[in-house]
Design a protein around this ligand. Sequence first.
Ligand SMILES: C[S@@+](CC[C@H](N)C(=O)[O-])C[C@H]1O[C@@H](n2cnc3c(N)ncnc32)[C@H](O)[C@@H]1O
Length: 442
Amino acid sequence: MKTARQLAVDVLLKVEKDAAYSVIALDQAVKAAKLSGADASFAAALVYGVLERQITLDAIIGQYVKKGVRALDREILILLRMGVYQLCFMDGVPARAAINETVSLVPYVKKTSARGMVNAILRNVQRAGADVLSFSKNYAPIKRLSVETSCPVWLLKQWEAQYSRADAESMAKAALERPPLYARVNPLKANADTLCDMLARQGVTAQKHEWIENCVVLSDTGSLLRLDAFRDGWFHIQDAASQLCAQALGAQPGDTVLDVCAAPGSKSFTIAQQMNNQGVVHAFDLYEHKCRLIEEGAHRLGLSIVDASVRDARTGDDLPLADRILCDVPCSGLGILRRKPEIRFKDPASFADLPKLQYEILSHSAKNLKPGGVLVYSTCTTNKAENEDVILRFLSENNWAAPLNLSEKFGKIDFIQDFMAVLLPHQTNTDGFFFAAMTRRE
Ligand SMILES: C[S@@+](CC[C@H](N)C(=O)[O-])C[C@H]1O[C@@H](n2cnc3c(N)ncnc32)[C@H](O)[C@@H]1O
């Protein structure tokens, strides 16, 4: 049977070599290896920790490798990252275990000749102790911040240019924290109090969100599938920012709603609940397998009005006119670094075409909006080119579209203008998120 550390090596190699998403790769590996709860938690802490701290870890390792970290075999680099992470960032792991366990993994990755080097580098890091990052004192401020927070320089520069230096620093630090786990209460089956009571009986700490109705913050859940309240459809998992975005649509019972980029369905579910399961929510996605996820979730929650099907939001046939349209478009995901740490290692050039795609989805979808209807455009990125730039261009090119004031409805969050909100993780303890609302003039 695999150990937690062996499993972590496998997952990190998959993320590095195949650009796999860590959440999916880890989930698959843990299920296949049938790891115990404690081992699975340790493997997860190691995988996410290494990915989050990768820039810092590579900078440290680079101090002890003359040719630089890129000259190392990938397998060895991953082992060293894991070892240095345990030495520098995992309080519960004694230094000796961090070193010995890492060295003992060298044969596992079939690089036995590197044993001595791995041992020597880890011992050097152990000796450096609290001074391990002292080399970065001589770096330019932005490079130093990058090394200390494991955030790429290009992203820090983008945040600084689009927000402020202080925000860039805070966002980089926030990206290293554990995100809260937010649940959305299904009002067809429960309320926040009954849900919290039900979860408490199964050892879950559940607290009502301070100001978002029907939002509950969970901890110590273990697998959701063990929870009666989950299996019985009393809640679904949805970040608080995403819950606010779904609320911003203001759907009413009896409405016709188009959710044009809907999978895995969390916003469709919240919208259908707001409609008291009356009317219809057409939940579309580009991929068949993702539409199945929407169907499964809707079934578990008892939401019969959610109708999932495959459709390309850029080109799909025209649909019936809708009271509400949600365009929760694909984006760079720079607001969810806490959940998907590897996003920070994507090539920023790969984001260049996103505004065009997002604009196409928005333009094509907006044609179906009824006069007086509401359209919400949203992303989980902090990048203004994918957010306000897309919306402002759309409004300037479509006279029939009018911004819709949301700020009165959502007093607790920051609005760029009264119809466009941006949530930043260090301010709201949510995902980084953007949403904007507009209506079709009558
Ligand atoms: C941000 S996610 C949607 C999250 C979802 N609204 C939720 O709250 O659970 C974007 C989704 O758009 C889908 N997508 C990407 N391109 C698309 C297209 N051209 N047409 C329709 N869906 C698309 C992706 O498969 C992905 O599931």
